[in-house]
Design a protein around this ligand. Structure first.
Ligand code: NAP
Ligand code: MG
Length: 498
């Protein structure tokens, strides 16, 4: 397969895509057992980038056996927490050092800006590895002052231990390929688990480069396994009887399939799923700041964000002016490929997503919505969609109810407090934005919003130390923060009669 010869690519990236890429199983770079490969494409041009091993259920099984062996009796099983700490810290440092390379590869495979992929996706991933490196030595049980009323006169020493869950399957999507993998890998490894990572079929490349980083950092064989493939590989991992836990980010639809597949051995499941997040702008907000923040809320990553603030609620007195300003700012975004440093809005990931988003645009217009800007394809090549601001919408329209995963926002006016019930009127509950100068009002509304993250006078206010996850059908469990360790540990109670 021919490699892409973009002139701006570093030689390391060019080398990486100039050969077919293998999977990482048990410390070896291997072909799929079937010998099959699949092609990964540049969404800005639809040109092929390189071919990748096409793993299926038999490769998943091989990887699970390697992970089990490393968990039960390898060097990893005996490794001290401070050694895990050093290895994870090294991964963070290597990611930081190689951020340009990771950024370019992510831009090529996903379409996002190479600069943002280096500065945000990669450097934040590095931060997550370092944060969790620190946690590896701070996983505590507790001593418990037990009463044991049925054993009069007895004396006891009781305590809890936190054990790693075991073999963890990590299934991630294409919108933040490296970052979503890091959200899961770092706490899973800090807690002492072994893992099988299944990247999305659209974006396997940075996961494979990360595999090289794990090797370079000195991780023992079988601790981190990477199986590239399609949904059937993810399904095989979710159903595998020797996998103890699945951590998944992706669509609510596939999340439900994973829950069903996990029933066989009742493996633990954590899910980070879709959203249709409300972004609420009060008339007393700083107008300019709220416009800029509200545009970023739904346009960042070309709208391909689970937290995208795609239901824009604007207090009625400023509705017309505010939506006009949002539409004007959005229409000025420079559209282009992610490898062009001036690009602000890149392509969607695939033909499938392009068709899906185009379908929503057509449906919105057919339902009677009005596009203040956008509403159609941009250019003639690649999967580009114009940023689109819809007004004159009803809560029942599909563009208001459903996750579109493209640069499309539906704006609705509101009067006073009725905005809370409108904002909560969704099957999802992932995130919300509130813009106001009245902090008392912001606190009150933040309490009543049913969402895992609420951002006031900002949007996408993520931090490694802040738990992240969803209410309702947006998921189970919380990633990031120190409590992410809870997703990857079991609590054991030990009670000793003295
Ligand atoms: P998806 O189907 O949920 O894919 C996410 C991951 O799950 C991928 O690695 C996928 O592999 C894998 N997978 C697919 N079917 C599976 C199964 N039955 N069992 C286990 N794993 C399985 O997401 P998508 O198809 O890429 O995107 C569809 C929609 O999901 C988007 O339009 C968007 O609305 C939503 N989405 C949400 C998020 C989020 O962060 N919440 C992220 C991405 C997409 P393959 O890639 O090989 O299919
Ligand atoms: Mg898919």
């Amino acid at each position: 397969m021919t490699a892409i010869a973009e002139p701006q690519l570093t030689s390391r990236v060019r080398d990486f895509v100039s050969t077919d890429r293998k999977m990482l199983i048990g410390g070896e770079w291997v072909d799929a057992a079937s010998g099959k490969t699949f092609t990964t494409y540049d969404p800005a041009t639809t040109a092929p980038i390189t071919d990748v091993a096409h793993g299926d259920a038999s490769d998943v099984d091989r990887a699970v056996r390697a992970a089990r062996k490393a968990f039960d009796d390898g060097h990893w099983a005996r490794m001290k927490p401070n050694e895990r700490e050093r290895l994870l810290w090294r991964v963070g440092d290597l990611l930081s050092e190689r951020a340009e390379e990771f950024g370019q590869l992510e831009a090529l495979d996903n379409g996002k800006s190479a600069g943002i992929a280096a500065a945000v996706d990669t450097q934040w991933s590095a931060d997550i590895f370092r944060y969790n490196a620190g946690l590896a030595t701070k996983i505590f049980g507790s001593t418990v002052n037990v009463s044991m009323p049925f054993v009069p006169g007895g004396e006891f020493h009781a305590y809890t231990l936190r054990d790693p869950v075991g073999v963890c399957g990590l299934i991630v999507p294409w919108n933040f390929p490296l970052l979503m993998a890091s959200f899961k890998l770092a706490p899973a490894l800090a807690a002492g688990n072994t893992v099988i990572l299944k990247p999305a079929e659209q974006t396997p490349l940075t996961a494979l480069l990360l595999g090289e980083v794990f090797e370079e950092a000195g991780f023992p064989p079988g601790v981190v396994n990477i199986v590239t493939g399609f949904g059937d590989a993810g399904a095989a991992l979710s159903a595998h009887p020797d996998v103890d836990k699945i951590a998944f980010t992706g669509s609510t639809e596939v999340g439900k399939k994973i829950v069903a597949a996990a029933q066989g051995n009742l493996k633990k499941v954590s899910l980070e799923l879709g959203g249709k997040s409300p972004n609420i702008v009060f008339a007393d907000a700083d107008f300019e700041q709220a416009v800029a923040g509200s545009v970023a809320a739904w346009m960042f990553n070309h709208g391909q964000c689970c937290v995208a603030g795609t239901r824009l609620f604007v207090e009625r007195p400023i509705f017309d002016d505010f939506t006009a300003a949002v539409a004007e700012a959005a229409s000025k975004a420079k559209i282009g490929p992610g490898l062009d440093p001036t690009t602000e809005l890149g392509p969607l990931i695939s033909q499938e997503q392009f068709d899906k988003v185009s379908g929503y645009l057509a449906q919105g217009l057919a339902d009677g919505a009005r596009a203040l800007t956008g509403g159609k394809r941009w250019g003639t090549e690649g999967y580009f969609i114009e940023p689109t601001v819809f007004v004159d919408v009803e809560p029942s329209f599909s563009i208001v109810e459903e996750e579109i995963f493209g640069p499309v926002v539906a704006a609705m006016p509101f009067d006073g407090d009725d905005v809370v019930s409108a904002a909560n009127n969704s099957i999802y509950g992932l995130a919300a934005g509130i813009w106001t100068k009245d902090l008392s009002k912001a606190h009150k509304i933040a309490r009543r919003i049913k969402a895992g993250s609420v951002w006031v006078n900002q949007y996408n206010g993520f931090d490694t130390a802040m738990p992240f996850g969803g209410y309702k059908q947006s998921g189970w469990g919380r990633e990031l923060g120190s409590s992410a360790i809870d997703l990857y540990t079991e609590t054991k109670s030990v009670n000793i009669a003295l």
